[in-house]
Design a protein around this ligand. Structure first.
Ligand code: PLP
Length: 396
């Protein structure tokens, strides 16, 4: 072979004796075949075969297999974000005329997707009270194809009665899905409770370092897996092997990161609840949290995200305290090594779930907890020093 060919065709080197603990990053668009016949028959390679980089590499398959093991599922599909994990489930299941039920506490872009993408295409949604439990059966009419859950709910942390919702959905022959981002499969296993689709924003705890975006959907059923893969293939989305390698690295330390963040978050939530009206602190491990009993029954632990309702009398001081924070950063997303504060306003469609005003979402990372508390203390003080005339403005 001549030089220009040698520039392109690499020599084979031995891999013999090379055993690394690191996950190799296999990059590929093209997958090559060693015969014309193998190429012609590539579509018969099945879900474990390789045909095109978009449809999987050994790196992405390793991450999928790890997540399937943790979720106790059969297969996992990777997509470019946590939001895509949810929308791909909806797109793989719902047809015009169908209805999806979503909790009022779902990650907010889910309702936007239903309202502005699905509805104009003839797919309906209804928003339900996350605490509905077995009562969901009354909402499951013949048009309902999918019941979506998220537990605990985004920002307001209501823990859902997943077994009761699954039982009702199964009684009506309807599929169920659960956004398992907060707990991760280390602390909750939706598929074990009968959920059909367990999704995660790997962007959060699995990635764990605020530097990648990815989502996963785990299932126990080959047919649902095929539907998800068909949908991602037709839409044309896949994930980068580099990001998969980062996610696999993140997964290695997730157990200790979660244990640490969960402990500090729970300690802080209890400490705050001892200084301010306890119903202002939204953390599943606190008895005041709606669904606390379901968290105790179904979850193996608590991750590092919780919220504090900022009463009206403490709202004016909050921006100053956030800006002055030295260890916390201000920002959305969560689940990384850096602790974050995010002032949120939530809108709720169902009665009884409204929280007017600001809710401070707190994500605990890996910094020194004394430094973190120094940042939180003035915020807690502002809530604790409730002015006498604030009584009648405390209805949150
Ligand atoms: C962040 C988040 C998502 C979306 O994840 P992205 O990767 O940012 O799209 C979905 N669900 C929950 C509960 C989240 O917190």
């Amino acid at each position: 072979m001549r030089d220009k060919t040698l520039c392109v065709k690499r020599p084979q080197v031995s891999h013999e004796g090379f055993a690394s603990l690191a996950i190799p990053t296999y990059r590929a668009s093209t997958i090559v075949f060693d015969s014309a016949e193998a190429y012609a028959n590539r579509k018969y390679r099945g879900p474990d075969g390789y045909t095109y980089g978009l449809h999987g590499t050994p790196t992405s398959r390793t991450l999928e297999a790890s997540l399937s093991q943790l979720e106790q599922g059969l297969r996992t599909v990777l997509v470019p974000s946590g939001q895509a994990a949810i929308t791909i489930v909806f797109l793989s299941v719902l047809m015009p005329g169908d209805t999806v039920l979503i909790p009022d506490t779902a990650y907010p872009p889910v309702a936007d997707f239903c309202e502005h993408h699905l509805k104009p295409r003839g797919i309906n949604h209804r928003i339900y009270d996350p605490m509905i439990g077995a009562g969901i059966i009354d909402l499951i009419d013949d048009s309902v194809r999918l019941v979506w859950t998220e537990s605990p709910g985004s920002t307001t942390m209501e823990v859902q009665d997943i077994p009761a919702i699954v039982a009702a959905a199964k009684a009506r022959g309807v599929l169920t899905g659960c956004d398992n981002t907060w707990a991760t499969p280390l602390y909750f296993k939706p598929l074990v409770h009968g959920i059909d689709f367990s999704s995660q924003a790997l962007t959060k705890y699995v990635g764990g370092h605020s530097d990648l975006l990815m989502g996963s959907i785990s299932v126990k059923d080959v047919d649902l897996h095929r539907r998800l893969k068909d949908t991602t293939r037709m839409i044309g989305i896949g994930v980068s092997p580099d990001d998969c390698a980062l996610a696999l690295r993140g997964l290695e330390t997730m157990g200790v990161r979660l244990a640490h963040s969960g402990r500090v978050a729970t300690d802080f939530a209890k400490r705050i609840a001892s200084r301010v009206p306890a119903n202002l602190v939204l953390h599943p491990a606190l008895p005041d949290c709606p669904g606390h009993e379901y968290w105790q029954r179904d979850f193996a632990g608590s991750s590092g995200v919780f919220s504090v309702i900022i009463p009206p009398y403490a709202e004016d001081a909050l921006p100053g305290h956030l800006t002055a924070a030295k260890t916390f950063s201000i920002g959305a997303s969560w689940g990384g090594t850096h602790s974050l504060l995010a002032p949120m306003t939530v809108t709720r469609a169902t009665d009884g779930n409204a929280h007017p005003g600001t809710i401070l979402r707190i994500s605990i990372g890996l910094e020194d907890e004394g430094d973190l508390w120094t940042d939180l203390e003035p915020i807690v003080e502002a809530i604790a020093e409730r002015p006498r005339n604030a009584e009648d403005r405390m209805e949150t």
